[in-house]
Design a protein around this ligand. Structure first.
Ligand SMILES: Nc1ncnc2c1ncn2[C@@H]1O[C@H](COP(=O)(O)OP(=O)(O)OP(=O)(O)O)[C@@H](O)[C@H]1O
Length: 238
């Protein structure tokens, strides 16, 4: 349903993505894993149109989105949960969530709001709280709720576990699974190989802006290179 084809991205004269091709099928959870600075966030930003690719195509359900602005993409069925949550800290949780429906008529927004709270019931007691006062994990839930308000078929999640406690990591990965079970495909990035590939149906390994490996979550976890470099398996025996 979402395809990135031969994406090249530059910041100024520096190229940071090289011929990146990825796909996300209907109902899949797909991860982009790689070290710091390998270009994971840039992949998601290019998919969402927040960073313009120098060349290549972003295709969503057969429509080429290249050249169409980020603001049109929620209507096409794609939304993004940005890194570090990017909430409006002085606004209430309710206001932050409702912002996610800016492209939808009010009646649809109200219905979407109720559905989103069914998916994330833990937010109900906090709707009138100031977003900036919530814990990191709760803020991540608000960011996910905001992303869901556009009723996406594909949800992009930029480092959804960043800075969360192990318990909140479990909670958020559970939320991702339940969103996915409701028919939403997810493309997310994460630096931790185990977390990335254990949660995803398929994954990509990105190094220095290039896809160097891809496969099912299990294949990725079992790959000798992933094991050696990213899981530290074997190193301890020496
Ligand atoms: N706005 C920007 N201007 C210039 N260079 C940038 C900008 N954003 C990212 N870069 C560079 O592009 C490269 C890829 O960055 P990106 O944030 O996509 O990597 P990442 O894998 O998501 O890293 P991290 O895990 O640290 O978030 C890095 O070398 C980074 O320094």
């Amino acid at each position: 349903m979402l395809e990135l084809k031969g994406i090249n991205v530059h910041y100024g004269s520096t190229q940071v993505l090289w011929d990146v091709s990825m796909s996300v099928g209907r109902g899949e959870i797909v991860s982009v894993m790689g070290p710091n600075g390998s270009g994971k966030s840039t992949v998601l930003k290019a998919a969402m149109g927040l960073k313009k690719a120098s060349s290549g195509a972003v295709i969503l359900n057969g429509t080429d989105l290249q050249g169409k602005s980020a603001t049109t993409r929620p209507r096409q069925g794609m939304s993004i949960v940005l890194e570090r949550r990017r909430l409006f800290p002085r606004m209430s949780v309710r206001e932050n969530i409702l912002l996610g429906a800016f492209t939808r008529p009010q009646k649809d927004a109200r219905r979407a709001f109720d559905e989103v709270l069914d998916t994330l019931p833990d937010l109900k007691p906090h709707l009138n709280a100031t977003a900036g006062k919530l814990s990191g994990g709760q803020q991540q839930m608000v960011a996910i709720a905001r992303g869901l308000m556009a009723d996406p078929r594909v949800l992009l999640m930029d480092e959804p576990f960043l800075g969360l406690s192990p318990i909140m990591v479990k909670t958020v990965s559970g939320i991702m699974k339940s969103i996915n079970e409701r028919g939403v495909a997810i493309l997310f990035n994460e630096q931790n190989a185990k977390l990335s590939f254990a949660l995803s149906h398929r994954g990509y390994l990105l190094e220095s802006g290039r896809v160097v490996l891809s496969g099912s979550g299990e294949e990725m976890l079992d790959h000798p290179e992933v094991k050696r470099v990213y899981l530290g398996v074997g190193a301890a025996a020496k």
